[in-house]
Design a protein around this ligand. Structure first.
Ligand SMILES: Nc1nc2c(ncn2[C@@H]2O[C@H](COP(=O)(O)OP(=O)(O)O)[C@@H](O)[C@H]2O)c(=O)[nH]1
Ligand SMILES: [Mg+2]
Length: 323
């Protein structure tokens, strides 16, 4: 057991970029124990004014597309460019297959031993919404520690992207070049959220396929209305294992950052993000508030029972719960 630290020690440790303190603070933030949450809240209150300066890159795509391998290569490029890098993973499925944490660690072997790099696997347990709340806090803690870039790996399962998108500055979608209809299976919503697309594994016999996929996506992107910011998403190909095209993706993100800064977009986005943070906290509290009320719980259970025994329609059962 490590000796307990007080709030001041936590705060100072984080601001001094002490990785082990940062790591412990994230563990507190992820904990569902009330006492841990209390300490965590106080830490976050204190570091908040130091957060908000990193470039947050969300990296999404179906399992196996190469997210972790891409982060290994991209992270090393960032380090070469003298940036410090924090990597957070948001993968609710990893609670099911505990192996994925191990998988990511081996996939980020070289990156994980670099100075100025911090890699944090997915928080385990909890709902998707819960995971996002925790991820937001982890991001803030990493920002306060002064990381230039925060890379957030999220598995492509629909809901989590939307939530992670809310937390990031640049949303990168990784895609595989498929043999069939390139656009099959891609949810329009995700395409609309992306700031950039990279076709992965553009190496060996896959190069031509990757190039034509790139052309197809580049065309598809023009079918979407331009984003509010005026940024037009770019499509690239890359090979993380051969370290090709990674620098072009870095340039794309840097270009985006310049564009966003010139238009004050970061500030606007952070404001927007704060409101959505506020909203999710209020929602969590509202939920907790209702479910800790015995009368409410009784009506809730009665209503469920009425539905099960066909004594009530769903809609009137809902009315009953709030009656
Ligand atoms: N040929 C090739 N294989 C890759 C590349 N990137 C990843 N892979 C392989 O694809 C598999 C899945 O990669 P991983 O990074 O774990 O994907 P994730 O699930 O999206 O994080 C692994 O076997 C990788 O070695 C690449 O650039 N080229
Ligand atoms: Mg992965």
């Amino acid at each position: 057991m490590k000796s307990p630290m007080n709030i001041k020690e936590y705060t100072e440790g984080i601001l001094a970029k002490d990785i082990s303190v940062l790591s412990r603070a994230i563990t507190l933030a992820e904990s569902s124990k009330e006492e841990h949450q209390q300490i965590s809240k106080q830490i976050i209150e204190r570091i908040l004014s130091h957060a908000g300066k990193s470039v947050r890159v969300g990296i999404t795509g179906v399992p196996g597309v190469g997210k972790s391998t891409f982060i290994e290569a991209f992270g090393q490029l960032l380090v070469q460019k003298n940036h410090s890098v924090a990597v957070l993973a948001v993968d609710p499925s990893s609670t099911l297959s505990k192996g994925s944490i191990l998988g990511d660690k081996t996939r980020m072997e070289k990156l994980s031993v670099q100075k100025n790099v911090f890699i944090r696997p997915s928080p385990s347990g909890g709902s998707l919404g819960g995971v996002t709340l925790k991820t937001r806090e982890s991001i803030l803690l990493c920002e306060a520690a002064g990381f230039d870039y925060i890379l957030i790996e999220t598995v492509g399962v629909g809901q989590s992207e939307t939530e992670v998108h809310q937390l990031t500055d640049f949303f990168l979608l990784l895609m595989l070049a498929g043999a069939g209809d390139e656009l099959q299976g891609i949810k329009r919503g995700i395409m609309e959220m992306t700031d950039g697309i990279a076709i992965t594994k553009a190496d060996g016999t896959n190069i031509d396929k990757a190039k034509s996929a790139r052309a197809e996506y580049a065309n598809a992107i023009h079918l979407f209305p331009p984003t509010e910011s005026g940024w037009i998403p770019e499509v690239k190909t890359c090979s993380a294992t051969e370290n090709k095209g990674i620098d072009e993706i870095y340039e794309m993100i840097e270009k985006f950052v310049l564009h966003a800064k010139a238009k004050n977009l970061f500030e606007k986005k952070r404001q927007h993000q704060n409101i959505s943070w506020f909203d999710s906290l209020v929602m969590e509290k509202t939920r907790a508030h209702f479910f800790s009320n015995p009368d409410f719980l009784t009506r809730y259970n009665q209503a469920k029972n009425k539905i099960e025994t066909n004594q009530s329609t769903i809609l009137s059962a809902v009315d009953f719960v709030f009656s």
